[in-house]
Design a protein around this ligand. Structure first.
Ligand SMILES: Nc1nc2c(c(=O)[nH]1)N[C@H]1C(S)=C(S)[C@@H](COP(=O)(O)OP(=O)(O)OC[C@H]3O[C@@H](n4cnc5c(=O)[nH]c(N)nc54)[C@H](O)[C@@H]3O)O[C@H]1N2
Ligand SMILES: Nc1nc2c(c(=O)[nH]1)N[C@H]1C(S)=C(S)[C@@H](COP(=O)(O)OP(=O)(O)OC[C@H]3O[C@@H](n4cnc5c(=O)[nH]c(N)nc54)[C@H](O)[C@@H]3O)O[C@H]1N2
Ligand code: SF4
Ligand SMILES: [Mo]
Length: 729
């Protein structure tokens, strides 16, 4: 046995790990206490990497579907030749728009995948780019586009005195702007010790809510009303910062008038939280000098995603939660000398309103996957099924499972089945893979050389720890070879970057042609890093490298004569608030609200097939014990859950952290229609309950995925037939 220093790449936290290897197989993974960033943190998913890497069902050879529906092994070269040939024919017949790409969660995990696959994709020249970004927290993008962005830099958790998280559970998801991603438990504990005040808004008493000073356990879907009342209080108490908004924002008075009637008393009724708690939270936030209010999937997947993100942005602007001109900020960076931030506004840009438009009436959103931009993921099925010259006929899925991830599963199945060519790159036989024509078997993380950088403030490199098993290939190499087979002119690092939010941190690579045979991984990583010293530096520091803090002064605007303003009252905002109120009133028809939640044991759909992680074997319906008792059930009993759109069956799990009347389930689970949801590793697909044809957020076409009205009825073990629900008084 040998032990190797490496890092986990299952999620963006990139924890340092120690990996034991026997006979070329990883056998044990534990946290590396000496890692500069994660300092001993790891989670159950990361520690169970051996179960995933060595899983009996892992796909180790490339597969082709035969006409009888069964898969057969083929070599990488055969796969590439055949895929390249079919693609070339489709491109010649109907042009680039008839090819689509879907970039799943794991297209981001190996650093070389995205830039090289993107070079291939941009050489094809299609606008039909899709990813889960548009069914995640894309209301942030809409909000930036409508309001504009202040680019001097937001406040960070580490030097904040107050912080508010709405609809996110960072202690499990490890995802929030302003936090350093690693060791969240220790990080939060340290900040709290230092005096940080924390406000959490969540219908569930989450791990994060338990550490908060104020937890508002709101009725799901009502956050936009709550946040309006926050603004009401902030203005009424004179806690706004005109020295910031007066200089950088417009339409502040219109917004102030709009929230005048939305008092804490009004919000208390709609959100069902005490009026005093709303005032206290708003005053706590407003009185703080530094710290942000952030929304997450809980807000953005609900019926008010766009107005919620708008109001959160407005609260941060009204309270001046950004670095201002002359302020000292930490600009430590791994890659060369970053330019000093500037106190400057980029006015509203509404990218989706100009440029290329889909024949189905949608514009492109900023995207890390293509410099053209990307379309809403919920449009993918329509782009395949709706007739037209530029109908999508071929689709590539890279590290994703669109059939389970995108709302309205039946529609996704219908669409994927209608493709002439479907290629997926996945180590497991997912629901999407089962309908694919070709499955490319990728290496998994400990089998490839890689480096990652976290927010530009920490980086780490790892050699491959074990050899690639079977015929598995690094994703970047597949795309390099495919592009060559198609004789494409592939270029790295070209096209402008949208450069906002998380997208800014992705390495783009050294500009240049990608030609000839694929080089070694190390050469590719050098190309991607686009910095002679970066890889060398990281290799010298196997437990991670954090550049020394470097203080810089925020400069004034580049062009002092031209001053854009942030628009705090875009015309769609009041419309969308009105629509939200209508949806909330209508929701009362059904007894329960189904909300989203993440689980420690899985990362979206990844890990659902590991018995080591999922003790019950499926994704349960979390439900309050009082609600269980009212249904005459005990934890572990089975239920059918119905929305306006469909029904799924699940096992209940008693959970007193939930607000009564609210139930929660993780996504990513569920087999195809022929599979039993109670079989371990299969589970229920919540997207059978969501619909791409009901109400949705403007621009994004994102349907209601949280705060979804549902009814629940018990189903006996013997009978599968749902009984009729008795409406709750
Ligand atoms: N372990 C693990 N980590 C993950 C993932 C995973 O699957 N597993 N997924 C990753 C991905 S892809 C993403 S996008 C991020 C998401 O990161 P987060 O957005 O932090 O995701 P969650 O942890 O599900 O937190 C969402 C919270 O919103 C609450 N909520 C639901 N509806 C409402 C509502 O109407 N109002 C309010 N205020 N709250 C509501 C839920 O109760 C839940 O606590 O996590 C990432 N991290
Ligand atoms: N109802 C509902 N729907 C949702 C959500 C929700 O909260 N509720 N959340 C949405 C969100 S935020 C997201 S991000 C999406 C997730 O959407 P997707 O990314 O499409 O779904 P995943 O299940 O994460 O798919 C990841 C795939 O990557 C594969 N994989 C694992 N390791 C590797 C690897 O090393 N290489 C390659 N090539 N593949 C690998 C896994 O087997 C898995 O099939 O789902 C969205 N859908
Ligand atoms: S938090 Fe867990 S999954 Fe994420 S990098 Fe760390 S060990 Fe891996
Ligand atoms: Mo996500």
């Amino acid at each position: 046995m040998s032990t190797h220093v490496s890092y986990c790449r299952l999620c963006p936290a990139i924890c340092g790990t120690l990996v034991d290897v026997t006979d070329d197989k990883i056998v044990r993974v534990r946290a590396d206490t000496t890692n500069v960033s994660s300092a001993g943190y790891s989670c159950v998913k990361g520690r169970n990497a051996p179960a995933a890497h060595n899983h009996q069902d892992r796909i180790l050879h490339h597969l082709r579907r035969r006409s009888d529906g069964e898969f057969e092994r083929i070599s990488l070269q055969t796969a590439i030749d055949e895929i390249g040939e079919r693609l070339t024919a489709i491109l010649a017949e109907t042009g680039p728009e008839s090819v689509g790409s879907y970039w799943g969660t794991y297209s981001w995990r190996a650093t070389a995948t995205l830039p090289i696959a993107k070079a291939w994709w941009e050489a094809i020249g299609s606008h039909k780019t899709f990813s889960p970004i548009t069914i995640d927290q894309a209301s942030k993008t809409v909000s930036y586009g409508r309001t504009g962005a202040y680019v001097g830099g937001p406040h960070r958790l580490e030097d904040a005195d107050v912080w508010m998280e709405v609809g996110g559970n960072q202690l499990v998801s490890l995802q929030s702007a302003g936090w350093s991603n690693t060791n969240p438990t220790v990080n939060l504990r340290d900040q709290r010790k230092r005096g940080l005040q924390l406000i959490v808004v969540d219908p569930r008493r989450t791990e994060l809510a338990k550490s908060a000073d104020i937890h508002l356990q709101v009725r799901p879907g009502t956050d936009a009303v709550l946040l309006s009342a926050f603004l009401h209080v902030i203005f009424a108490e004179g806690l706004d910062r005109p020295e910031f908004w007066g200089r950088y924002a417009r339409n502040v008075d219109v917004l102030r008038r709009y929230v005048q009637d939305i008092t804490p008393a009004v919000a208390a009724k709609i959100c069902d939280v005490p009026e005093e708690a709303i005032s206290a939270a708003a005053i706590m936030f407003g009185k703080g000098r530094r710290g942000m209010a952030n929304g997450h999937t809980g807000t953005d997947m609900g019926p008010g995603g766009n107005p919620c993100e708008h109001l959160l942005g407005a609260i941060n602007i009204i309270c001046g939660r950004f670095a201002v001109e002359g302020e000292q900020v930490n600009a430590a960076t791994l890659t060369g000398q970053a330019a000093a931030p500037r106190a400057q506004v980029i006015g509203p840009f509404r990218k989706w309103e100009s440029g290329w438009q889909s024949r189905l009436g949608y514009g492109l959103l900023p995207s890390p996957h293509s410099h053209f931009g990307e379309l809403p993921a919920t449009l993918l099925a329509e782009e395949i099924l709706a007739p037209g010259q530029d109908r999508v006929r071929a689709l590539f899925s890279i590290g994703g499972n669109p059939i389970n991830a995108i709302p309205d599963t039946r529609r996704q199945v219908e669409a994927i089945a209608a493709l002439e060519l479907m290629v997926t790159i996945d180590p497991f036989m997912t629901e999407t893979a089962r309908l694919a024509d070709y499955i490319i078997a990728p290496t998994m993380m400990y089998e490839r050389a890689d480096f990652n950088i976290l927010n530009g403030t920490f980086g780490i490199y790892s050699d491959p720890i074990v050899p690639a098993p079977g015929e598995t290939v690094d994703e970047w190499e597949f795309f390099w070879r495919l592009g060559r087979a198609q004789r494409l002119d592939m270029r790295l690092g070209e096209g402008k970057s949208d450069g906002i939010g998380a997208f800014a941190a992705i390495p783009r690579g050294r500009p240049g042609e990608l030609s000839g045979e694929p080089p070694s991984s190390d050469v590719v990583l050098e190309l991607i890093a686009d910095d002679d010293q970066l890889l060398e530096q990281l290799k010298k520091h196997p437990t991670g490298y954090a550049p020394p803090p470097r203080s810089v002064t925020v400069l004034g605007p580049l062009d002092a004569g031209r001053q854009d303003h942030l628009d705090l009252f875009p015309p769609e905002f009041p419309e969308e608030m009105g629509e939200l109120r209508r949806i909330l009133d209508d929701s009362a028809r059904r007894q329960y609200r189904l909300v989203v939640r993440r689980a420690k044991e899985t990362f979206n759909g990844t890990g659902k097939n590991l018995a080591e992680l999922n003790k019950g074997g499926t994704n349960p319906l979390h439900i309050h014990p009082g609600d269980l008792a009212e249904l005459g059930l005990v934890s572990g009993d089975r239920v059918a859950i119905s929305s306006d759109h469909g029904t799924v069956k699940a096992v209940t799990r008693s959970d007193d952290s939930l607000r009564p009347g609210v139930v929660a389930m993780t996504h990513g689970w569920g087999g195809l229609a022929d599979e039993d949801p109670f079989t371990p590793g299969v589970g229920a697909n919540v997207n059978n309950l969501t619909s791409t044809r009901g109400p949705s957020q403007q621009v994004l076409r994102m349907p209601i995925m949280s705060a979804l009205p549902v009814d629940i009825v018990p189903i006996g073990d013997a009978s599968d037939a749902p009984r009729d629900a008795a409406p709750k008084a």
